[in-house]
Design a binder for this molecule. Structure first.
Ligand code: GLP
Length: 245
């Protein structure tokens, strides 16, 4: 794992947006995996700025989002679909048929997950997977457990993840769905390159467990150590407990 530390969340977001722009200029048809969550908001703001100044051209880029809540329709403002429109899709020249998200109200969730996996395969796999990190060590919605799931699947959210997502539900944790659809650990690990993007002191302990050496399904992101091309992009606060690893 290659670790990069930046002085602030905004510096990290700016650098990562520029790195994505470089990857897109090398390969205009880049297939990118995208996270949601508060950490990603400054990253998307930087990408929007780069698109406005024509330093990135999304016209041939394909995206796949990591996850979506079960029971929340795509047009609901609380959905991850709406989050992505608000922060990125409505402001850049991505073409709608190249942005892919899971449908949290699909009639048959197993079919929906299989459809998503096929779409990733048809796109040639994910070139660059950008991941956020849950405080409990989740990536996507692969939650800490005795075992983890390989493929895109329906999953139950932990209390920690429901609290972390309350900001989308009027800060009312009881309104956060109990289930989500998420790419699996195999889906993520099959990406050619992975960037784990983490900011803030509240994640410092989790970061230390993710990169500290041990692999455990209790910290799903620790399995990223198995991948040969992972960058961990941190601000100083998120890196503050790393020396103990
Ligand atoms: C959310 C999402 C993840 C995201 C992570 C971090 O619940 N399911 O894909 O990366 O948790 O969120 P935040 O940046 O708000 O801490």
């Amino acid at each position: 794992m290659k670790i990069q530390i930046f002085p602030s969340p905004s510096a990290a977001a700016r650098a990562l947006a520029r790195e994505i722009a470089r990857s897109v200029s090398r390969n205009p048809r880049l297939v990118v995996g995208l996270p949601t969550g508060r950490t990603s908001i400054p990253l998307y703001a930087e990408l929007v700025a780069l698109c406005r100044s024509r330093e990135i051209d999304f016209s041939k880029v394909t995206t796949f989002n990591l996850d979506e809540f079960v029971g929340v329709p795509p047009d609901d403002p609380r959905s991850y679909h709406a989050f992505m429109r608000r922060h990125l899709f409505d402001h850049v020249n991505l073409s709608a048929h190249r942005t892919h998200l899971l449908n949290g109200v699909a009639r048959n969730m197993a079919d929906e997950c299989a459809r998503f996996e096929r779409a990733i395969d048809r796109a040639g796999g994910i070139d660059l997977m950008v991941l956020g990190l849950g405080r409990n060590g989740h990536i996507g919605f692969n939650e800490p457990d005795r075992s983890l799931v390989t493929h895109t699947h329906r999953t139950r959210l932990s209390a920690s993840s429901r609290r972390a997502n309350a900001f989308l539900f009027g800060h009312r944790v009881l309104r956060v769905p109990h289930e989500a659809l998420s790419m699996g650990m195999g889906t993520i690990l099959r990406s050619r390159r992975i960037v784990l993007f983490v900011t803030g002191r509240s994640k410092a302990h989790t970061v230390e467990r993710v990169i500290g050496g041990r692999l455990t399904t209790r910290v799903p992101a620790s399995l990223l150590q198995l991948h040969r091309d992972v960058d961990v992009w941190l601000d100083e606060a998120a890196a503050s407990l790393m020396s103990s690893s």
